[in-house]
Design a protein around this ligand. Structure first.
Ligand SMILES: Nc1ncnc2c1ncn2[C@@H]1O[C@H](COP(=O)(O)OP(=O)(O)OP(=O)(O)O)[C@@H](O)[C@H]1O
Ligand SMILES: [Mg+2]
Length: 503
């Protein structure tokens, strides 16, 4: 039997179809956020405790309390303790009958007994699945938060929080769950754009190592012949009309003469220089722009790394470690290129359904950006809009949601929000996440590291989840400051000692 917690009271305007209050039984443990149920005409009314208040008649009149306490304590003169009671205010979420959930059309009755929500019903009420992705536990109940993979990922997910709130930890938990999925439940491939080199631990992990491949950012190579001129134009948005024409012309000529053998960027530069059709100025400016691309060193004659078609496999993880790349533009170009190729291969059915997980997403799909800074935005927005039809999913992670493209963010049908304190970010999150009311928004600032609110497609109602511990190897980046300082001085002293010994 589910634990009895208290009795519904009749107050002005309550119980109604949207809320009720109950007096908590002495000794019963009731917490803010806890789910409760009440029987009402053979149905269960489901709700959660939105607030708890204590009351005591003896202390209702401020004037009398002040007057009395001049001469002694009220508690000494009257049996005031016995008059204290605790009232829980419940927001109703809906009704449950014969395995089905409906809206609440009649209020529960005053005097009715309130009990702790039944775990099984709660699981179904929130929309969790037995074979779902196990992200953690919901607070105050013994219920694992197992999110349906399809509901969480098909229409994309955004993980939003301030720095250090646990976004990467949460993302690692998600990766573990995706790698552990059984074939019969449907496995997808995962590609991670690892900006800070935090996910490398997966490759050295006993359990996940054989499912993981890491490609260093500086090792990424794409055969130039696979790049159409339109893409190069996208990377170099400042080209003029004649420069574009020249670029197309030169690439076309090379393609014609080289065919499958491919060609290098250096050869394209020679081709541009030799072109008869263009003015010297045009050639020079185009060459300067192309030389910048050449410095990024990822366009090759034939080498390809990663090999998307063979490296993208169901139940496997491909990590692109961008931590060694300094230039944001290079990172954007690589993300744009990768995302575009992934989406196009997926549309042709040449790779399995996949999840592209993007850390620091605000740098790759920036809301307000000049053309040369917005190279990867359009493809991310395209996948955000059309990806679900083709099994191309995005997980966008950001500590600056204000700067993240609203188009992309609004297409993420599930938002997982961890601690956020910046008021601008909070406002933005509240505006862009359907289902976050003022009450939920208020509690976001009170979240601790590792606590999350899941809103949207993946859960029927906004739900608070304590994210579970990770099982995979953690790659620590950045030792505590005092430790780094001590290590520096110790190393310096060792060096000085060695010099002295030598002298
Ligand atoms: N659910 C959790 N359980 C235990 N530890 C956690 C949890 N969530 C986060 N942590 C720890 O808190 C620290 C910060 O977490 P994490 O690196 O995931 O934050 P972040 O939001 O990604 O930060 P940043 O914005 O700097 O990337 C890490 O040491 C991590 O191990
Ligand atoms: Mg992080």
């Amino acid at each position: 039997m589910d634990k009895q917690l208290g009795t519904i009271v009749a107050l002005e305007g309550s119980p109604s179809t949207s809320d009720f209050s109950f007096v908590i039984k002495p000794g019963a443990d009731v917490k803010k956020g806890q789910y409760v149920q009440v029987e009402n005409e053979k149905e269960l009314v489901f709700g959660f405790v939105a607030e708890i208040v204590r009351a005591n008649r003896y202390f209702e009149q401020a004037e009398s309390v002040a007057e009395y306490e001049k001469f002694g304590r009220i508690a000494d003169a009257f049996p005031s303790d016995g008059w204290e009671y605790v009232l829980a205010q419940v927001r109703i979420l809906g009704n449950h009958r014969d395995g089905r959930f409906t809206r609440t059309f009649t209020p529960p009755c005053p005097g009715a007994a309130v009990s702790n929500a039944n775990d099984d019903v709660l699981r179904r009420f929130l929309g969790f699945e037995e074979n779902g992705l196990h992200m953690g536990a919901i607070q105050h109940h013994d219920v694992a938060a197992k999110l349906s993979m399809t509901r969480l990922l098909q229409k994309h997910v955004a993980i939003l929080a301030m720095s250090g709130a646990g976004k990467s930890h949460l993302a690692s938990v998600l990766l573990e769950e995706l790698l552990e999925r059984k074939k019969e439940h449907g496995r997808i491939a995962v590609v991670v754009v690892d900006i800070h080199g935090e996910y490398g631990g997966f490759a050295h992990d006993d359990k996940y190592g054989h499912l993981t491949k890491v490609v260093e950012g500086t090792e990424i190579a794409v055969p130039f012949r696979k790049i159409p001129p339109e893409l190069v134009e996208e990377w170099l948005p400042n080209l003029s009309g004649p420069q574009r024409e020249l670029l197309r012309h030169a690439m076309h000529e090379l393609r014609k003469s080289r065919g499958k053998d491919g060609y290098s960027l250096k050869e394209l530069l020679v081709g541009v220089d030799a072109a008869q059709v263009a003015k010297e100025d045009t050639k020079k400016t185009l060459a300067r722009a192309l030389n910048e691309l050449r410095r990024y060193r990822f366009l090759s004659q034939g080498k390809e790394n990663p090999k998307l078609i063979s490296d993208i496999q169901p139940g496997k993880l491909l990590i692109l470690d961008f931590s060694t790349i300094d230039s944001l533009r290079k990172k954007q170009i690589l993300v744009a290129l990768l995302a575009r190729r992934l989406f196009s291969l997926r549309k042709k059915g040449r790779i399995p359904p996949f999840l592209l997980l993007l850390e620091e997403a605000h740098n790759f799909a920036r809301e307000k950006a000049e053309a040369h800074e917005a190279i990867s935005r359009s493809v991310i927005e395209t996948i955000a809009r059309e990806g679900r039809k083709f099994g191309a999913s995005l997980c966008l992670i950001s500590q600056r949601p204000v700067n993240l493209s609203t188009t992309a963010l609004s297409q993420c049908n599930t938002h997982i929000i961890l601690r956020v304190t910046n008021p601008n970010d909070l406002d933005h999150i509240q505006m862009s996440s359907e289902g976050i009311d003022a009450r939920v928004a208020k509690s976001i600032t009170g979240l601790k590291v590792g606590e999350a609110i899941i809103v949207g497609e993946a859960a029927n109602y906004p739900v608070f989840v304590s994210i579970r511990d990770r099982k995979s190897l953690k790659r620590e980046r950045g030792a505590p400051l005092h430790q780094q300082a001590m290590e520096y001085e110790a190393a310096k002293e060792r060096k000085e000692e060695q010099v002295e010994a030598f002298l």
